[in-house]
Design a protein around this ligand. Structure first.
Ligand SMILES: [Zn+2]
Ligand SMILES: [Zn+2]
Length: 350
């Protein structure tokens, strides 16, 4: 980054937040920057400049000492120091040698993302704006379902309200000229112990895309787990089988072994029912493991490469999944995110 590309104050604050999130910083470290960016977004430039000149930026609601410094430096035509430091620390490509980049360029959207309506860290519109900046044609918003109380899963009523917000965001974006982009209605629905889905059929039917995932009783007996997953895959509402083994390979939540199940039976059910196997790109998940990814590929499954982002900067994780799909030699046309949006929506219809 050079003096030639000094960002706007809002641009600097949002880029700092993006880099922190991409580096998987805790939400509380990011909140100040995203909060300050949205606080100053509607203010006229002259008002900001006057506050900077008078040294009263921190009097603005939502602006603290560190964010005021970023704003003042950007207004003065400097690349903010904090931004330079973070570009140094986190700005490198997530994969080495351009791995995954060709496939990443072919992806048109992301099918698995969370907002602050469940356990994500940012508002819906912030996720959508960042998706546009990353070049996506669509983003599927997939907040959690009611049973996942720790993640503030959405009841049918809250989901219905969320759909109104999604419609409003789309209207606003279209009016603002971003009419090539659409925020799609989705869910990450819990797979119940018996393989049922944790949301009403009425609400599932109102959505564009449904990711079904196991989040409880991950250590279930293999036969029961196989029956549970196959039943979920056969459910006509299911489009994507999320992070199928549930394993955690690193990270601040510790590690967790993969669930045991008959992977051939589950993936054959996916292939028969046109359900995509998710390649979950989160660095701590890398799910499915390489051997199972190969098996799903051999069986002829469809795939969806998803960031499972819980913050805007984590949308960038997708390239990690692309790298793995390329290594596994998966044909891009079997990856549903490479399809035009209309084809995706047609495929996802129950
Ligand atoms: Zn999940
Ligand atoms: Zn998720």
């Amino acid at each position: 980054m050079t003096e030639d590309d000094v960002p706007t104050p809002v641009g600097a604050l949002r880029r700092i937040a993006f880099l922190l999130e991409r580096g998987r910083a805790d939400t509380y470290k990011v909140r100040a920057f995203r909060g300050a960016a949205s606080a100053i977004l509607p203010l006229p430039q002259e008002e900001l400049e006057a506050a900077a000149a008078a040294g009263t930026l921190t009097d603005l609601p939502g602006v603290g000492a560190s964010t005021a410094k970023v704003i003042a430096q950007a207004l003065a035509g400097q690349v903010p120091t904090r931004l330079l430091e973070l570009e140094e620390e986190y700005g490198d490509p997530l994969t080495a040698g351009g791995a995954g980049m060709t496939l990443r360029g072919a992806l048109r959207g992301d099918l698995h993302t969370h907002s602050d309506w469940s356990d994500g860290g940012s508002p819906i519109e912030e996720m959508a704006m960042t998706a546009i900046e990353l070049g996506h044609d669509y983003l599927v918003l997939t907040d959690h379902s009611p049973r996942l109380k720790v993640a503030r899963g959405l009841s049918a009523e809250r989901l219905a309200r969320q759909l109104d917000v999604v419609a409003a965001v789309n209207e606003h974006l279209a009016a603002a000229g971003a009419d090539g982009f659409r925020l799609l209605r989705g869910i990450e629905v819990d797979i119940l112990d018996d393989g049922g889905l944790d949301q009403t059929e009425e609400m599932l039917g109102r959505l564009d895309v449904r990711v079904a995932s196991v989040h409880s009783k991950l250590a279930m007996e293999p036969d029961a787990m196989t029956r549970r997953m196959v039943a979920a895959v056969r459910n006509p509402f299911t489009n994507v089988l999320g992070h199928c083994t549930g394993r955690l390979v690193k990270g601040n939540r510790g590690t967790r072994p993969q669930s045991r199940f008959d992977a051939r039976a589950v993936f054959e059910a996916c292939a028969e029912n046109d359900v995509a196997v998710e390649i979950n790109a989160r660095p701590e998940r890398r799910d499915p493991p390489t051997d199972l990814l190969g098996l799903a590929g051999d069986i002829g499954c469809l795939f969806s490469i998803d960031s499972d982002a819980h913050a805007p900067g984590q949308l960038d994780f997708q390239v990690l999944g692309c790298e793995r799909a390329e290594e596994a030699g998966i044909d891009p046309d079997r990856i549903v995110n490479t399809w035009p949006r209309e084809r995706l929506l047609e495929w996802a219809k129950p």
